[in-house]
Design a protein around this ligand. Structure first.
Ligand SMILES: NC(=O)c1ccc[n+]([C@@H]2O[C@H](COP(=O)([O-])OP(=O)(O)OC[C@H]3O[C@@H](n4cnc5c(N)ncnc54)[C@H](OP(=O)(O)O)[C@@H]3O)[C@@H](O)[C@H]2O)c1
Length: 283
C-alpha cells in the first residue's frame, strides 16, 4: 500500500506552488494539502491547484505523511516547531533548501528526510527534479517518492554535495536559456534590417522548440551544433563569440549560489525531543 498517497506543502511561494502543482499530478489535486501564512497564498493555491485544500499548519501532518517544506531557511525553525507535535517516525520531511544539511534536518525530526529541488517546467509536467535521499529514507521509500516525481518531471538522484551545481543547471537553466534567447532578439535590432521584436521572438522560440524536439529524439548537443555550423561560416563565428560569454554567465550563477549560501548560514533547528545522536544516521 502507498505510504505517500497524500502530500502536505508548507509555504506557497515559487517553490511551493511549483511542487503543489506537480504533486497534484502525482496524487490528484484532492490529496494535496497546503499551509500558508498569508491569505494571498491561499488565493494562489486556488488558482494553481483547484481541488487542493488549505489547512492550518499544526494540522497538516494529520492529513499527509509526505511533507514538503517550501519556506526560507529563516522560517524553518518556527515551521518545524509548529509541525513537530504531530510528526511521527512515518512522516517523510522534505526540504527544498540547498543551504540546509540533511543531517541537521534529520536531527530535528523522527522520520526519514530528503532534499528536493524542482524546476519551473514541473508545473506542466516537464523538466528535472533533483532528489537527495537523506537519513532514514529507505530504498523502498526512495522508489515510492521517485514514482511520484515521475508523474511531473524527470527525476535525478544526486548526492548532497552536488546540489548547488545541479540546481544551477536544472533550476536556473530554463531562465538562463530564456535570457540568452532574449539577448538574441535584442541583438538583431542592431542589424541593418531589423525585424519587428514580435517576429524575432517567434523565430527564436521556434529554434528552441526545434532544439528541444531534436534532443528529445535522441540527438546530443554536439550533433545539433555539427549539423548547423560549417567551419568558417556565420554559425561557427557566432558559436566562437558566444562560448566564452555563456561560460562566464554560468560561472556568475555558480559564484552567486556559493556567496548566497555563505551569507545565509543553515538555521539551528534544535533536536527532536528524545533524539540521540548516532555516528551513522544514514539509511
Ligand atoms: N526560487 C528558486 O529558484 C529556488 C530554488 C531552489 C531552492 N530554493 C529555496 O527554496 C526556499 C523557498 O524559495 P521560494 O522562492 O519559494 O521562496 P518564497 O517565494 O519567498 O516563498 C516562501 C513562502 O513561505 C511562506 N511561509 C513562510 N513561513 C510560513 C509559515 N509559517 N507557514 C506557511 N507558509 C510560510 C511564505 O509565506 P508569505 O507569502 O506569507 O510570505 C512564502 O509564500 C528558499 O529557501 C530558497 O532558497 C529556491
Amino acid at each position: 500500500m502507498s505510504e505517500y498517497g497524500a502530500v502536505g506543502v508548507v509555504g506557497l511561494g515559487r517553490m511551493g506552488l511549483t511542487l503543489a502543482s506537480g504533486f497534484g499530478m502525482a496524487v490528484g489535486p484532492g490529496r494535496v494539502y497546503a499551509s500558508v501564512r498569508s491569505p494571498a497564498g491561499a488565493d494562489r493555491l486556488r488558482e494553481t491547484v483547484p481541488g487542493a485544500t488549505v489547512v492550518p499548519l499544526p494540522e497538516l501532518a494529520g492529513h499527509a505523511r509526505l511533507l514538503v517544506l517550501c519556506v526560507r531557511n529563516a522560517d524553518l525553525p518556527e515551521v518545524l516547531g509548529t509541525l513537530r507535535p504531530r510528526l511521527t517516525e512515518r512522516h517523510l520531511v522534505i526540504t527544498v533548501n540547498n543551504g540546509l544539511p540533511l543531517r541537521t534536518l534529520a536531527e530535528a525530526v523522527q522520520g526519514p528526510v530528503a532534499k528536493l529541488v524542482p524546476s519551473v517546467g514541473n508545473e506542466i509536467g516537464a523538466g528535472a527534479t533533483l532528489l537527495v535521499p537523506g537519513p532514514r529514507l529507505t530504498d523502498r521509500g526512495t522508489e515510492e517518492l521517485l514514482g511520484l516525481l515521475r508523474a511531473f518531471s524527470e527525476p535525478y538522484v544526486i548526492e548532497e554535495g552536488q546540489g548547488r551545481t545541479a540546481t544551477d543547471l536544472a533550476s536556473c537553466g530554463p531562465a538562463l536559456l530564456a535570457g540568452a534567447a532574449r539577448a538574441m532578439v535584442a541583438a538583431q535590432r542592431e542589424g541593418g534590417a531589423p525585424l519587428p521584436d514580435d517576429l524575432a521572438e517567434r523565430l527564436v522560440t521556434q529554434s528552441l522548440h526545434a532544439l528541444s524536439r531534436l534532443l528529445e529524439g535522441g540527438a546530443r548537443l554536439d550533433d545539433v551544433v555539427d549539423r548547423v555550423a560549417v567551419p568558417g561560416g556565420n554559425t561557427a563565428a557566432a558559436l566562437d563569440a558566444s562560448g566564452s560569454a555563456l561560460v562566464e554567465s554560468w560561472r556568475a550563477a555558480f559564484r552567486a549560489s556559493a556567496e548566497n549560501e555563505r551569507a545565509k548560514p543553515a538555521p539551528r533547528l534544535g533536536p527532536e525531543p528524545g533524539h540521540r545522536a548516532t555516528t551513522d544516521p544514514d539509511r
